[in-house]
Design a protein around this ligand. Structure first.
Ligand code: NAD
Ligand code: 0WE
Length: 258
């Protein structure tokens, strides 16, 4: 990857849980490309992890708690980021959650509460974060969100998360329209399966990795570094005319009909 593609850019990263998080792969790539980053973590449980990882970027790295279901948490993040940086160029949304039982049974049995929680955390949060970030993106900006193929085709057991990802991708399009006049771009990366904390809880996940290896044109799974490289491209001026898109970074799996 060419260096300093993001020199002088300021960003905030949502969704680092540990070193395997996709958010961490993209944050490392953004950092290597010259960006200065702030981080948020979901709760006390993850505070130490994020401090240890983000601390490697310098002892003055801004690290803040943020539960994306809480408007007051989101407001505080942008107040503090604005105070420290004065402006913002980049935002990574790498956050998703559905109650575990909703990912196990049949979609038809999704409860009203599981549907609400999944959409609140995994889709509405992008709207809330974009609204918080936009006033700071005074020179324009790039917002990147993580999606998955289950948004467009049925992936057994992905269930309500697939419906929430469809909402996330559609939200990215409407946000791209609203924020386009401010030169703020909003795109999704639809990643192939990656062995992270969020994936490890899924029964049959290692079979899914094998299925992709067998059926994707490139005959392998995507690497975290490759998601970092795509995240860097979308954040860079090279992608200045790309907005509202979902870019598949899945070794070609999405093009297959059989
Ligand atoms: P991960 O567990 O490392 O990251 C998920 C993050 O969501 C965690 O950091 C968690 O703290 C955060 N989160 C959950 N609820 C939250 C809340 N209420 N407030 C704030 N943060 C909250 O797993 P990951 O696989 O890196 O997932 C990151 C993103 O990538 C998700 O959007 C996921 O859907 C997407 N994705 C993952 C895969 C995969 O196979 N792992 C594939 C495609 C897309
Ligand atoms: O987006 C995801 C997973 C997100 C996720 C994971 C969990 C596990 C723990 C959301 N909520 C929860 N809730 C929990 O309690 N992926 C793209 C990875 C994934 O998850 C699947 C997949 C794939 C791929 C679930 C079923 C089928 C395929």
């Amino acid at each position: 990857m060419s260096t300093n593609l993001l020199a002088g850019k300021l960003g905030v990263v949502f969704g680092v849980a540990n070193k395997r998080s996709i958010a961490w792969a993209i944050a490392q790539a953004w950092h290597k490309a010259g960006a200065t980053l702030a981080f948020t973590y979901q709760g006390e449980r993850l505070k130490e992890n994020v401090e240890e990882l983000a601390g490697t970027f310098g002892s003055d790295t801004l690290i803040l708690p943020c539960d994306v279901t809480k408007d007051e948490d989101i407001a505080r993040v942008f107040t503090e980021v604005g105070g420290k940086f004065g402006k913002l160029n980049l935002l990574l949304h790498s956050v998703a959650f559905a109650p575990k039982d909703a990912l196990e049974g049949e979609f038809v049995n999704t409860s009203r509460e599981a549907f609400r929680i999944s959409h609140d955390i995994s889709a509405y949060s992008l709207v809330a974060l974009a609204r918080g970030a936009a006033p700071l993106m005074t020179e324009g900006g790039s917002i990147v969100a993580m999606s998955y193929y289950g948004a467009e085709k049925v992936v057994p057991h992905y269930n309500v998360m697939g419906v929430a990802k469809a909402s996330l991708e559609a939200s990215a399009r409407y946000l791209a329209y609203d924020l386009g006049p401010k030169k703020i771009r909003v795109n999704c990366i639809s990643a192939g399966p990656v062995n992270t904390l969020a994936a490890r809880g899924i029964s049959g996940f290692s079979e899914m990795l094998k299925h992709y290896e067998a059926h994707a044109p490139l005959k392998r799974n995507v690497l975290p570094d490759e998601l970092g490289a795509t995240g860097t491209f979308l954040a860079s001026d090279g992608a200045a005319a790309i907005t509202g898109q979902t870019l598949y970074v899945d070794c070609g799996y999405q093009i297959m009909g059989m």
